[in-house]
Design a protein around this ligand. Sequence first.
Ligand code: ASP
Length: 482
Amino acid sequence: MPNRYRIPEPLSLIHPRSLKYLSSQLQSLVRGRLWLKILIGMFLGIIIGLILGPSAGFVSPDVSYTIGEWLALPGYIFLALLQMIVVPLVFASIIRGIASGEDMEQLKMVGLRTVGYFLATTALAILIGLSLALLIGPGNYISSELVQGTMGSEIPEVTEGAVTTPGIADVPGLVTNILPTNPLGSLVTGQMLQVVVFSIIIGLALVSMSPVQSKPLLDLLGSLQEVTMTVVRWSMLLAPFAVFGLISKFTLNLGLDALVGMLVYVGTVLLGLLLLLAVYLLIIFIISRKGPIDFLRSVRDVLLLAFSTSSSAVVMPLSIKTAEEKLGVRPSISQFVIPLGATINMNGTALYQSIAAVFLAQVFGVELGFGALLLVMVTVVGASIGTPSTPGVGIVILAMILGSVGIPTAGIALIIGVDRILDMSRTSVNVTGDLVTCAVMDKWVGGKKTAMLEKFEDSKLETQRQILGEDVIVNSDNPDES
Ligand code: ASP
């Protein structure tokens, strides 16, 4: 029975506007068939790259290098713009996601279960990646001329025993390292795991305070979200040219032989991503009896947009909208799980990083024993959590993983040429993982309200917001009484 005299929890009184209302900026990109423009950009990029590359003999290597750099300029600007906004976008979205929770009890339950589920699925993705890479052995299909041709005199010596594995005594130190002693420093240097921990702590503190005090900061973070999504919209104008330029640059540098030589590696990663997708489809079928075609049709727009933008952070508004409207997930779950998942749940990236690590180990003849594979696994779990959700960063973080298991980091030069297509594909799988997590949590964590009631209240609040011109609505009455 509702208790008239119970003091309501601050979290149940504040209602920030959902990020999903910013999805209109993204939907115009889907309607404008951004994905088709991107595919055309890719195709033309390969053609131009092959024509202007030194192997075709039309231009000298020096000139072709300069052309490549200029063609890639829109791509560099595109990547820089998205990298510029990802930290504020993630920071604001995680905090406001926490504030949209029903109450502390529900938040605690969703939080713990979501993180546990993320860790389990990431480990599964890595297992799929490692098994495929060991089974297919993509590194054995690479000729030494190709390695020589791509890396020239940079071919590194493999140093045996240079790897230091952290011992049990190091664990407490590693754990405390996650807590940012200098949060602005973590924000500035894009240490994603620390940014996430910082955002969660700030979010929890905010929703424990009186709404009068938390509202101004939540309002400010709402403006920050709007600003970042506006920059996203602008940067998307560049997306097809960016893909065209970056692909032509790398095709120019690699040449046709190298591209063909890398086909087995690319195929292994794509196969792994497909297998992971199949696992997701199975999970969805088990929990909601939704068939694969039906599910893929529901989430198609999000997948195409993730493929076009290569950024799970950018598609967050559309992911939340799709989770709620197409998968029937409660807003209090989707608004919390999606921002968190887009930042720390990167199963596609983890799978890719583990295949790339084994591939390069095979190329350089580094023997990976059971201990080393275990180390790859643990490092990849941490690294994929810390990978910012922007284009092309999975490969940057990969350098760290390689270093920690003694594989020469110079190998990145070999795989970066084909990374564009892999980045686009793994990002689509990353966001599918987040959507599936939403559906799982919606089933697994109960709530006081049904999805229908939550959605009804959400649209009522949205009308109220428009009338009042407010971003965060504070209910002064006890919701238990209504
Ligand atoms: N682009 C990926 C994402 O945003 C991250 C990566 O590079 O793997 O999900």
